[in-house]
Design a binder for this molecule. Structure first.
Ligand code: PMP
Length: 316
């Protein structure tokens, strides 16, 4: 799907996966004018195909486009394009329980622009790839290091939207953490340097007794769709949920810590390293709350439990 600045996207087309032609002076290549989304399609035992809250991804793309000075497909156009792409690639969707089809919508300034300005033309495309289950045999904990020097986002910046540059900004800290054997990096706020933000590509939750806390959405962290869903699932399961400023001290003193995102769904954190000291959670690192919420959400996404929330979209 293409459109010019100031216009709306109209009908797109389905084409085989392949390279796309783009000018070296395209806005996305020179000034990072690009946004993406990520969601999954699951195959159900009865043959149906399920999407999880695709309207939320469409809405987030629209909000991000506004921040990045780009036109965006409407939520209805977004969802229709996702459905059409998934149905055209049905053969790539793994059998039930064996994984899902990862869907990557991408919006970019594809028109030429030499001086700094919004691009004159935009392209919206979607590609897909089959992916296995993130956890093959039960949950396994990840080990995070709290980053105290580099920041993912600053107030007033673009941390709250899914723009491509945010991901380039985390590569250095993430690569350094991985080289030291950690799974990923947990970022702190750039002003006080003591409040939790998020991990490179997931949101973070801290459990203490019956209270589950997560950093409030205030422009520097991505409003994760899994985060939002887990908050609702946890509330229906009788937990108290607090969206607030969560300190490193609360993190280190927690009973359990977990991350949420489309890829991992719910990922238990086994240990946190902060300023050279490590704290481990539980004996196996897989807390009961993480396990319970992971099971509840994955069962819902795969169509194995009743969808009382109305979150699952059936394609057939
Ligand atoms: N934070 C960041 C920076 C991310 O890239 C993602 C993945 N989209 C998330 C959080 C989790 O968001 P969601 O649950 O919508 O996948």
């Amino acid at each position: 799907m293409k459109c010019s600045r100031g216009e709306s996207f109209c009908e797109g087309e389905l084409v085989p996966f392949g390279n796309i032609e783009i000018s070296p002076s395209a806005g996305v290549l020179n000034y990072g004018q690009g946004l993406f989304e990520g969601l999954k399609a699951y195959r159900k035992a009865d043959g149906n195909i399920l999407l999880f809250r695709p309207q939320e991804n469409g809405t987030r793309m629209m909000m991000g486009a506004e921040r990045m000075c780009m036109p965006s497909p409407s939520v209805a156009q977004f969802v229709e394009a996702v459905k059409a792409t998934v149905l055209a690639n049905e053969r790539w969707i793994p059998p039930p329980g064996k994984g899902s089809l990862y869907i990557r919508p991408l919006l970019m300034g594809s028109g030429s622009v030499l001086g700094l300005a919004p691009a004159p033309e935009y392209t919206f495309l979607i590609y897909v790839s089959p992916v296995g289950n993130y956890f093959k045999e039960g949950l396994s904990p990840i080990n995070l290091i709290v980053e105290t020097e580099m920041h993912r986002a600053t107030p007033g910046g673009t941390g709250g939207v899914k723009t491509i540059g945010n991901y380039a900004a985390v590569l250095k800290a993430q690569s350094a953490a991985k080289a030291k054997g950690y799974s990923d990096v947990l970022y702190l706020d750039s002003v006080h340097k003591k409040y939790l933000e998020e991990v490179s590509s997931c949101n973070v939750f801290v459990v203490k007794g019956n209270i589950i806390s997560t950093p409030a959405i205030k422009g520097t962290i991505l409003p994760g769709i899994t985060r939002k869903s887990i908050i609702d699932v946890a509330l229906t399961q009788g937990f108290q949920v607090e969206e607030k400023a969560v300190t490193v001290d609360e993190l280190l003193d927690a009973d359990e810590v977990f991350c949420t995102g489309t890829a991992v769904v719910v990922s238990p954190v086994g240990s946190i390293t902060y300023l050279g000291k490590s704290v481990s959670y539980g004996s196996s690192g897989v807390g009961l709350v993480s396990q319970q919420l992971y099971t509840a959400l994955t069962q819902l996404q795969m169509g194995l439990t009743e969808d009382k929330m109305g979150w699952v979209v059936e394609l057939k």
